[in-house]
Design a binder for this molecule. Structure first.
Ligand code: ADP
Ligand code: MG
Length: 381
């Protein structure tokens, strides 16, 4: 993982393809700040675009070929045409840029006839920081520029990236990843009302430090467990006579709980309270109250742990340790759960040494990443 500067990536492009790129575009990764499994329940989520990103350099290809390379060690491709089906194995990474190219057609946007693309990144793939959305959005901006298109709105860019991932990679992701990467701004969070989706920005009070503790553990049944939670939520909503659980407030849900099975009741309580916590977190941040925001983050984790039951002992242990540290404002699992990473919101005084002590005490050997908020996807050169 390198993420060289745009000009040095241009030099690498020159070496790889024998001429200078025409465009360089960059898109950030993201963390789910708060709002766990609220997206498909019609709720809200707050995401942060982060100072780790994917950068792509691109040029038109006069032969109409599709030449794709990455500095990450994945195989290079040189194709005469975009294949109708998905690429598999080590070449599967190319489904992202090729899926974006195909999506431009689906969205009636101009497509370059062929292109050369070099990808570089300092986002660890699969760490829950959404390297996939960053790759999609950076590619989309670069290809649109190659095709001579005017600017695209962040709404459309996010929707196009999600479409590429859903349809051409085959991952049924929601809008959080692409929405945050498109709308992100340094010093702000992105609020997404997933029902629209409607995007807005929430200013942060001063520099906010985020830390990721990535356990890299993944529950073997994670896809099945995700589907089970989805089903439990939909069944609970149906029994309660609402379209989606986020239609309910905690006060309205309470007298209805006896209608649900014990499992459904726990899932519904989590979703309804989590949706309310996203709103409360936005209010706390608007009031400049990072302490209150931090408490809501930890409350979110406890709800995932005890009600949504998508945490793991390793994630709980990290939150237990982080919660006791005086420079930590709050901590929670981030992403789908059943493994993955914990995010902590800290004061400036929290140091890499503090993080390493907690990582060592946790016993799960997490990878530690210090993050700041950053700007959203853009053409940089
Ligand atoms: P996440 O989005 O959480 O990082 P995903 O599994 O959704 O994890 O996406 C990771 C995939 O995106 C990788 O397996 C790879 O196919 C592609 N990818 C991400 N970064 C790069 C890169 N720098 N070069 C090539 N492919 C990449
Ligand atoms: Mg992804």
């Amino acid at each position: 993982m390198t993420n060289v500067s745009g000009s040095s990536l241009a030099q690498q492009f020159q070496q790889a393809f024998g001429r200078a790129p025409v465009v360089v575009a960059r898109a950030p990764g993201r963390v789910e700040f708060i709002g766990n499994h609220t997206d498909y329940n019609g709720g809200a989520v707050l995401g942060a675009a982060i100072n780790r990103s994917v950068t792509v350099a691109a040029g038109p290809n006069a032969d109409g070929r599709f030449r794709l390379r990455s500095t990450s060690g994945t195989p290079s491709l040189d194709l005469a045409a975009v294949p109708a089906g998905r690429l598999t194995g080590a070449e599967a990474w190319a489904n992202y840029p090729l899926g974006v190219w195909r999506s431009l057609g689906d969205f009636n946007l101009p497509q370059p006839a062929g292109f050369d693309l070099l990808v570089d990144s300092d986002l660890p793939p699969g760490a829950g920081l959404s390297s996939s959305a960053a790759l999609e959005l950076a590619t989309a901006l670069a290809l649109l520029q190659l095709a001579g298109s005017g600017p695209i709105t962040p709404d459309r860019l996010a929707t196009l990236g999600r479409h590429a991932e859903n349809k051409y990679v085959g991952v049924p992701c929601g809008i959080l990843d692409q929405g945050t990467s498109a709308f992100g701004a340094a010093g702000q969070l992105v609020h997404i009302d997933c029902r629209g989706p409607v995007f807005s920005r929430v200013p942060l009070p001063g520099a906010v430090h985020l830390w990721i503790f990535n356990t890299k553990e993944k529950h073997a049944l994670v896809d099945g467990l995700y589907a089970t939670r989805h089903r439990e939520c939909m069944e609970a909503a149906k029994t309660l006579g609402v379209a989606l659980l986020a239609d309910l407030t905690p006060a309205r849900l309470l007298p209805l709980l006896p209608k649900l099975t014990a499992e459904q009741a726990k899932r519904a309580q989590h979703i309804v309270a989590e949706h309310a916590r996203v709103h409360a977190t936005g209010e706390a941040l608007a009031a400049g109250d990072l302490v209150a925001a931090g408490r809501l983050l930890t409350a979110s984790h406890r709800s995932s742990q005890h009600l949504f039951e998508n945490s793991t002992p390793a994630l709980d242990r990290l939150v237990d340790l982080l919660e006791k540290h005086p420079a930590v404002l709050g901590a929670r699992l981030t992403g789908g759960g059943f493994g993955g990473a914990v995010m902590a919101l800290t004061r400036d005084s929290f140091t890499p040494a503090d993080a390493e002590v907690i990582a060592a005490q946790s016993g799960s050997h997490p990878e530690v990443i210090h993050l700041l908020t950053a700007d959203g996807a853009r053409v940089v050169g």
